[in-house]
Write a protein that binds this ligand. Structure first.
Ligand SMILES: Cc1ncc(COP(=O)(O)O)c(C=O)c1O
Length: 388
């Protein structure tokens, strides 16, 4: 069966938040889950565990083989040579972000964050009592760009961490080697720890490879904690498992002082699913990436044809379109307007920091048919408002 063989009716039977948060006449394109059918090898592995009644405590991460599998995968895909001893299995990437801030900085210390940003970055700084030092990405000619002067100026004596999001959610940037080298050089010069959320690494849609910042050099790896998982690219976020890689034994030892029970880790189903994803589901993921590229092109063409006042840079990575609707001068925030008048649920740009006000984030990881309905509903609502 094809990944796109999904109907709205079947999706509405799901119990996750994407399809249950809003009333039944609303099409959801908000939270970063994909609508595609899960890969057959993952489904079979989960079914097998359940049929065997195998829901007790899982084997330890060290015995599961998953850390080795993770290393094999990043070596093959990103040319990043790391060893299993440097990898700690945790519950999820956001947990890793919180624990890293708590471990590698003190209350009141500054954390560099490139806004607009996936909301838990800002929440993690706030809730752990750290200071979010925001360095907004700037709209360039064809993509969002880093203002390095501002980045550098934002650093002061109490800045400890750069919380990097690469590929970047919601701006869709897959940062170039040059950009990453400049970030890394600043980190070295100011003695900052880099916490690099690379959860979207497998979702680079352009014809370029993802570059883990820790792979730039040993000196960069020495100050970097990289967070990755199978959850975004294989659509199994609900199973909860993530991987933290430490290029420094010292940083790793500090992190591992957090009691194991606070770090969480694995469960029988996540072990089965992640193993199947990385061993057997690459064909599925390649098919997904092709659909995402097509959908990305469809969104770009639609925006260009119908909404000349909406600024949109097609994302280099992720399945998220970040639409600047400020010029439309809608009477309410675009997210609220489109929910009410188009019955489409997008993510409100404001949640991604003040720079996101007037923007919406559209998740296009659905079938071409459903995406078309989403876009047409938005067009109708915007046309009525514009008096067309
Ligand atoms: C950049 C980024 N980091 C982390 C997450 C969530 O990861 P997890 O479910 O492993 O906490 C997401 C989910 O959309 C994300 O976009």
């Amino acid at each position: 069966m094809h990944i796109n063989d999904i109907s709205e009716q079947s999706l509405r039977r799901r119990r996750g938040e994407k399809w249950t948060q809003y009333p039944a006449d609303v099409l959801p394109a908000w939270v970063a889950d994909m609508d595609y059918r899960v890969a057959d090898p993952i489904r079979e592995a989960l079914n097998e565990r359940i049929a065997a009644g195998d829901l007790g405590y899982p084997v330890s991460p060290a015995r599961s083989g998953l850390r080795e599998l993770f290393c094999e995968r990043v070596a093959a895909r990103f040319g990043w040579a790391i060893s299993a001893q440097q990898v700690v299995v945790i519950n999820d990437v956001v947990q890793g972000l919180y624990l890293a801030l708590q471990t590698f900085s003190e209350p009141g210390d500054g954390v560099i964050i490139q806004t607009p940003i996936y909301p838990p970055f800002l929440k993690a700084a706030k809730q752990t009592g750290r200071r979010a030092v925001v360095c907004p990405l700037q709209a360039g000619r064809s993509a969002f760009e880093i203002d390095f002067d501002q980045f550098e100026q934002a650093i002061d004596a109490s800045t400890r961490v750069i919380a990097l999001c690469n590929p970047h959610n919601p701006c869709g940037r897959a940062f170039s080697r040059e950009e990453l080298e400049r970030i890394a050089e600043i980190a070295v010069r100011h003695d900052l720890v880099i916490v690099s959320d690379e959860i979207h690494a497998d979702l680079v849609l352009d014809d370029t490879a993802h570059i883990p910042i820790a792979s730039l050099s040993d000196a960069v790896a020495q100050r970097t904690l990289t967070l990755m998982s199978a959850s975004k690219a294989f659509n199994i976020a609900g199973l909860c498992m993530a991987f933290a890689h430490f290029g420094s034994a010292e940083l790793q030892a500090r992190f591992e002082r957090i009691p194991g029970h606070s770090r969480g880790g694995t469960n029988t189903l996540s072990v089965a699913a992640v193993t199947a994803a990385w061993r057997e589901a690459q064909d599925w993921q390649d098919e997904v990436l092709q659909t995402l590229r097509n959908n990305r092109a469809r969104v770009a063409a639609f925006v260009a044809a119908h909404w000349p006042d909406v600024r949109h840079f097609p994302p280099q990575a992720t399945y998220l379109a970040w639409l600047d609707m400020r010029q439309l001068k809608l009477p309410t925030a675009p997210q609220a307007f489109l929910l009410e008048h188009a019955r489409v649920a997008l993510s409100d740009g404001k949640a991604f920091g003040p720079e996101g006000e007037g923007f919406v984030r559209l998740n296009f990881a659905t079938s071409p048919d459903i995406l078309e309905q989403i876009l047409l509903r938005m067009q109708t609502a915007l046309d009525v408002y514009a008096g067309k």
